[in-house]
Design a protein around this ligand. Structure first.
Ligand code: F6P
Ligand code: MG
Length: 509
C-alpha cells in the first residue's frame, strides 16, 4: 500500500534488484504538523497487574535512584548484622547445652542468609516450618519470582522475604521458634522515651471529660479539636521507626516524639495529603449510629503502639467507637513491628514495671492507671488483639481479597480501618512509581473498589519512595528539587481516606 499525503506528488518507485519484493515507499510529510517536544507521560498501566508487574513501575534493589537500593544493599545487611549480635548475646547468657547448640544452629542459618543477601542470591522457597503462611510465600515465589534475586525482584517483596527468611532461621529450631532478635531494641527504645510517654499519660490517665460549661455545639467543637490532635499524635508516633533510627541519641528521640500542642500545629503543614476533616466527619457519623467498630492494622511497637492505644482509648471513651480491633504480626517483622509479645509487654510494663527510674510517683501512677484501664478494655472485649498470617507475607493489599478472603471479609465488617505506617502504605499502594497526584482511592485499587471494601485511613509518615494523594505532581517535583531526601526523612506525612463500598458490604448477623 502506498500513502500519498494531501496534495503531494506521487512518489517515484525505483526498481530494486530483488525480484518480487514489495516496493518501498518514500513519504513526503511536508504538510503534516511539526514534531512536538512532548513531556513523557507517566508509564502506562499494564493490563495485567501481578506482584512482578505493579500498576506503575516497581522499585527494585538495583534502581539506584530509589531508597530500595540503599535498603537492599546497606540497611538490610546492617540490620541482619545487629540481629546476629543480639543472638550471640543471648547465646552467651545460655547454660543448657541443648539450647546452646540449637541456638548456635540458628546463628549459622543467619550467617547463610547474610551471605545470600550480600551475594545477591536467587530467592529460594521458604522451608516448611509449619507456619500458616508457607503456602502463600511459596505460591508467590513459584508464580512470579522464579529465578529472581534480592536485587531484581520488586523491593517490597525482596525486603519482606528477607524478614521471612530471618524468621525461618529460628522457626525450624527446637527451642527458639519464637525468638525475636529485635525484642531488646524495641523495649530499650520505649524505655528511652520517658518524656513523651509521661506527657501523654499525665493528660490521659484520668477518664476523659468534656468541660461542663460548653454548649452542645461547643462540646462537638472541643471534641473535634481533641480528635484532630490525637490523630496527629497517632500519626507522628510513626516517625520513630527503629529500622531507620538505629543509634539515635536520647535528644534526637525526644525531638521526634514531641507531642506538645504547638509542635503538632506546626507539623500539620507537613501533612501533604490531609483528609483529617473528612476523617472527623466519618467517625462522628459512627457515633450517631451508636458507635462502630474501628480496626488498627498496627505498625511499630513501643512508643508508636503506645500512641495508638492512647488514641484508641479516646475513641472508646468518647463513644466514637464501641470496639477497637488491633492487628499485629505473628513474628519479628521489619525490625520494630508489633508482635503479641510486644503488645503484652507494653501494657504489663505500664502496670507493673519499673522502666523509668527517674519518674515521679505521680508519673508512674498515671501510667499504671492507664494500663489498668486498657487491660479492662481487653477483658470486656472492647479491645481485641489479632494476628492473621497474611500480614507477614510479601503480598500487597491489592491481593488481600484474593489471597486472604477470610481476612478481607473480616475487615469488611469494620466501620473504619486505620493502616499505620510506611510499610502498610507501601502495601496499600503496591509500592510503585505512581504519580504523586494519583488519588488515594485509585492507588489502593481493590481495597477501595472491591465489593465490601471497608472505609480505610492511612496514617503514614513518609519514609520511602511511593507518594500518592498529593494535590499536584508539581509540589512533589518542587520538593524533589529543593529538599532531596524528603521522601525518606519522616518529616512529611499523609492522612488519606478512602470511603470504601459500604453499599455492598458483606454483613453478617
Ligand atoms: O526498609 C524500608 C522500610 O520498609 C520503609 O518502608 C520504612 O522506611 C521502614 O522500612 C518501615 O517503616 P514503618 O515502620 O513506618 O513501616
Ligand atoms: Mg514498622
Amino acid at each position: 500500500m502506498s500513502i500519498v499525503p494531501n496534495g503531494a506528488a506521487p512518489p517515484v518507485h525505483k526498481p530494486t534488484s530483488t525480484k518480487g519484493a514489495p516496493h518501498r515507499v518514500a513519504l513526503s510529510l511536508g504538510h503534516l504538523p511539526k514534531k512536538q517536544d512532548l513531556k513523557g507521560p507517566w508509564p502506562r498501566t499494564p493490563s495485567r497487574v501481578d506482584p512482578n508487574n505493579p500498576p506503575w513501575p516497581a522499585y527494585r534493589g538495583y534502581h539506584e535512584y530509589s531508597f530500595a537500593h540503599a535498603t537492599m544493599g546497606v540497611r538490610l545487611p546492617t540490620i541482619l548484622g545487629k540481629a546476629i549480635e543480639d543472638t550471640i548475646r543471648t547465646l552467651n547468657e545460655e547454660y543448657e547445652v541443648e539450647r546452646v547448640t540449637d541456638l548456635l544452629a540458628c546463628i549459622e542459618r543467619m550467617e547463610e542468609l547474610m551471605s545470600d543477601l550480600s551475594g545477591n542470591a536467587k530467592l529460594r522457597p521458604i522451608i516448611d516450618d509449619n507456619e500458616a503462611d508457607v503456602a502463600l510465600w511459596n505460591k508467590e515465589i513459584a508464580k512470579y519470582f522464579q529465578g529472581k534475586d534480592f536485587m531484581n525482584a520488586p523491593w517490597l517483596f525482596a525486603e519482606a522475604y528477607k524478614y521471612r527468611r530471618l524468621h525461618e532461621c529460628f522457626s525450624v529450631s527446637r527451642y527458639w521458634t519464637s525468638y525475636d532478635v529485635f525484642y531488646r531494641q524495641k523495649c530499650d527504645t520505649f524505655s528511652r522515651s520517658a518524656d513523651a510517654v509521661f506527657e501523654l499519660s499525665m493528660r490521659f490517665a484520668e477518664p476523659f471529660k468534656l468541660p461542663e460549661n460548653l454548649s452542645a455545639e461547643g462540646k462537638i467543637e472541643h471534641e473535634k479539636l481533641m480528635f484532630k490532635e490525637l490523630t496527629q499524635i497517632c500519626l507522628w508516633g510513626n516517625s520513630t521507626d527503629l529500622s531507620l533510627l538505629i543509634n539515635m541519641t536520647e535528644d534526637q528521640i525526644k525531638s521526634l516524639q514531641s507531642t506538645g500542642g504547638d509542635h503538632l500545629a506546626a507539623t500539620e503543614k507537613n501533612i501533604l495529603g490531609n483528609h483529617l476533616p473528612q476523617l472527623w466527619e466519618t467517625v462522628k457519623q459512627l457515633r450517631e449510629k451508636t458507635g462502630g467498630r474501628i480496626d488498627f492494622v498496627l505498625d511499630n511497637a513501643g512508643f508508636e503502639l503506645y500512641c495508638d492505644c492512647v488514641y484508641a482509648d479516646f475513641l472508646i471513651q468518647s463513644g466514637l467507637a464501641k470496639q477497637v480491633r488491633f492487628h499485629g504480626k505473628r513474628f519479628a517483622w521489619f525490625v520494630s513491628d508489633v508482635t503479641k509479645k510486644d503488645w503484652q509487654w507494653l501494657i504489663n510494663t505500664m502496670v507493673y514495671g519499673y522502666l523509668f527510674p527517674k519518674a515521679t510517683e505521680q508519673e508512674r501512677e498515671s501510667l499504671r492507671r492507664m494500663g489498668l484501664r486498657w487491660k479492662q478494655y481487653e477483658q470486656e472485649g472492647k479491645w481485641v488483639y489479632e494476628q492473621h498470617p497474611f500480614w507477614c507475607t510479601g503480598y500487597t493489599f491489592w491481593d488481600l481479597h484474593s489471597e486472604a478472603p477470610d481476612l478481607f471479609l473480616h475487615l469488611s465488617r469494620s466501620d473504619l480501618v486505620f493502616f499505620k505506617g510506611d510499610l502498610n502504605h507501601r502495601k496499600l499502594t503496591y509500592d510503585c512509581a505512581a504519580p504523586a497526584s494519583t488519588p488515594f482511592e485509585v492507588a489502593i485499587g481493590p481495597m477501595a473498589s472491591s465489593a465490601g471494601a471497608p472505609t480505610i485511613c492511612s496514617l503514614r509518615t513518609i519514609k520511602s519512595d511511593v507518594v500518592v494523594g498529593m494535590e499536584s505532581d508539581e509540589l512533589a517535583e518542587k520538593l524533589d528539587d529543593e529538599e532531596p531526601g524528603w521522601k525518606i526523612s519522616g518529616k512529611y506525612a499523609v492522612v488519606l481516606l478512602s470511603e470504601g463500598r459500604p453499599g455492598e458490604k458483606v454483613r453478617f448477623a
